[in-house]
Write a protein that binds this ligand. Sequence first.
Ligand code: FAD
Length: 469
Amino acid sequence: MIPTAEQFDLVVIGGGPGGYCAALYGASAGLKVAMIEKDALGGTCLNRGCIPAKAFLETASVYRHVASAAEFGIEAGSPSVNFAKTQERKQAIVSGLVNGIAAMCKGRKVDVFNGTGSLGPDHTVTVSMKDGSTTELSGDAVMLASGSVPRLIPNFERGGPIMTSDEVLDLDVVPDRVVVIGGGAIGCEFASTFSDLGAKVTILEGLPKILPGLDDDVANVVVRSFKKRKIGISTGVMVTGHTPNDSGGTTVHFGDDEHLDTDAVIVSVGRRPFADELGLEGTGVKVDDRGFVEVDEYCRTGEDGVYAVGDLIDTPQLAHVGYAEAILVIKHILGEGPMPVMYDKVPWAIYCHPEVAFAGLAEQQARDAGHDVVAASHPFKFNSRAQIVGEPDGLCKIIAEKNADGTAGKILGVHMVGPWATEQLSGGYLAVNWEATVAEVAEFIQPHPSLTELFGETVLTLTGRNFNG
Ligand code: FAD
């Protein structure tokens, strides 16, 4: 230990969801915590991810509502987009939340260091402060939470029309034409946003289908909705490069000599872990060949007392998974014997229109895992609240283990697509994680009229009876 180093119970490197959750939760449990952030508190999620992307999606949703207001008897005329205002609103939301984290850190006496932290031997962390100075910290425990950055692909360097999510979220105009490279969750959210706001959007995806990993029935609803809204989807195609034009746009080359003229390209091909500035020399922390810090089920690295969480490790790249890992680590530090995170049962939410949310196994995944399954699915079009809100597209699908007598037993997966699906998952999430049976969940009442009645109805169907199906 360096004698001059300031001593903490926990030193956290990175102030994103993983890092700030650990700092605030740890401080609330009585730990003396330091948190180092080189950029803005809140990390990717608050500044360049979840929050700004969802703020844009909300603007798209307002646009859709105004555009269809006449159906509800409201004559509002044709909406037009002032995206600079959208950008301003998004930034106000982001700034408010970032300031909120800073205030909570202050309130809980978390020492926040604005600089870049690197880990050396014996739990010492050197901080190269933004003001040019250097400071040394030492922690009984150290948490690495330096997150991730967008992955790039050859021949698509950032600049001009070529953007990653970082640059897209700074736009203050809606491009007329957008090519999204990558049809995963983030790519589909951007495609949905810009299409709803009037852009001509095309998704280019290398795999055979967009949104891989989703239950087929759910993914098909999104694909149908995208196609209805004239979003172009080309799957099984690889992009090869692009040729910029004089008007600020470019021509994207893909597949067998195909091309598309566009004003903006959103490269959305995943995120890579960002261990680049963590130092780690002289420590037992190991980084795998894809750049992830290696950890065990308690997020312990190869160096005793050093943990890693969030996008830096090879677990689902979701803010709430980072939170769960951070809480797990704090409980582990406190010797409370926490249960490892069950990564196969975490909630997933995709906020495109229509929204997607799920927990647990999709039908094919359940079969591939060797389960004998029964599944039921109900469409939102027969749900009264979905009719009332004017969003009848979508479904709820539940996959359960088949008992020896043929009845439906333990709930293995709940998959939803449709209105406010992301807000409706909690019942399904609880069912999957509580390892509840169909018979148990069927005892619970859903309010009427509500969108969640569809979940109740689907469970009821799995009991062999129903009344609305
Ligand atoms: P990050 O949020 O990346 O934070 C890491 C922080 O560490 C950064 O602030 C960085 O500046 C700092 N840092 C790095 N190195 C150092 C260093 N050496 N010293 C000091 N500081 C350092 N997830 C969801 O759950 N729901 C969503 O709806 C969702 N939407 C998304 C939309 C987009 C467009 C994107 C890009 C991501 C989205 N995500 C979403 C993913 C989510 O943002 C990440 O999973 C989450 O931010 C990971 O948290 P983290 O703390 O591990 O890392």
